[in-house]
Design a protein around this ligand. Structure first.
Ligand code: ZN
Ligand code: FE
Length: 256
């Protein structure tokens, strides 16, 4: 079977648009729809015809293009059952464990509440890729707007348990500021310092830092490392429940 093709491009101030395309069937999905025009441009550039929008959560910077794109293309909008009433134009509601067909690929839904209560991620195991919206970022995680720290921690743990080589596409390019913050949590980490330098070089060259991988995040993302003794010690929380350490890191990030 032909590989899944993935095209990532900037939208709005710091969002990413992502198109996925199955060359076998011609199926093409936009992961979220931050705004209409850049997505239409990207479709045109690639010569792809939009068949689906896969919505991760209801925020306007992820759904702003839904209605215009649906009107222009007749695409099917798939989104989280948990917040379906807030997803413009939604056709198909999906929930934890659901699998649906996208061209020749199976897409699995994982519920990842915390940023919003209905937030979901889409995983395509055959392509070793996941689209995680505003739950996990490179070196960061989403703000907890609707859920609790415990809930967000559990959602991140679900993503952390995906195969290490899984490519992770996120909603935003926040990596460089996340790196600055991560260094305040784990200043002694050589792996983190090296990654922060690589990120600075990419951004200086105007290049994206995404996608990332689960392996890279497990090694350097403080929000996936609340169990690490050096971090617990640094926060004076040695032996505390992991979710509480996570909550403290999230709290510090809110104030950073
Ligand atoms: Zn959001
Ligand atoms: Fe967002």
């Amino acid at each position: 079977m032909a590989d899944l093709e993935i095209h990532q491009f900037p939208c709005l101030a710091d969002n990413y648009g992502v198109l996925i395309h199955d060359p076998g069937s011609g199926a093409t999905a936009s992961i979220d729809a931050p705004e209409t025009y850049p997505i239409e441009r990207a479709l045109e550039d690639k010569g792809w015809t939009l068949t689906h929008i896969l919505t991760t959560h209801h925020h306007a910077d992820h759904t702003g293009g839904n209605l215009d794109l649906k009107e222009a293309t007749g695409c099917t909008i798939i989104g989280p059952a948990g917040e379906a009433a807030k997803i413009p134009g939604i056709d198909v509601e999906v929930r934890e464990g659901d699998t649906f067909r996208f061209g020749g690929f199976d897409v699995t839904v994982i519920e990842t509440p915390g940023h919003t209560l209905g937030h979901i991620a889409y995983v395509i195991p055959q392509a070793r890729v996941a689209f995680v919206g505003d739950t996990l970022f490179a070196l960061g995680c989403g703000r907890i707007f609707e859920g609790t720290p415990e809930m967000m921690h559990a959602s991140l743990q679900k993503l952390a348990s995906l195969p290490a080589e899984t490519a992770i596409y996120c909603g935003h390019e926040y990596t460089q500021s996340n790196a600055r913050f991560a260094l305040t949590i784990e200043p002694e980490s050589a792996a983190l310092r090296k990654r922060a330098e690589e990120i600075a070089a990419l951004r200086a060259a105007g290049r994206p830092t995404l996608p990332t991988t689960i392996a890279a995040e497990l090694a350097t993302n403080p929000f996936l490392r609340a169990h690490v003794p050096a971090i617990q010690q640094h926060l004076a929380m040695s032996g505390a429940p992991t979710w509480q350490v996570f909550a403290e890191i999230r709290e510090r990030k809110n104030r950073a």
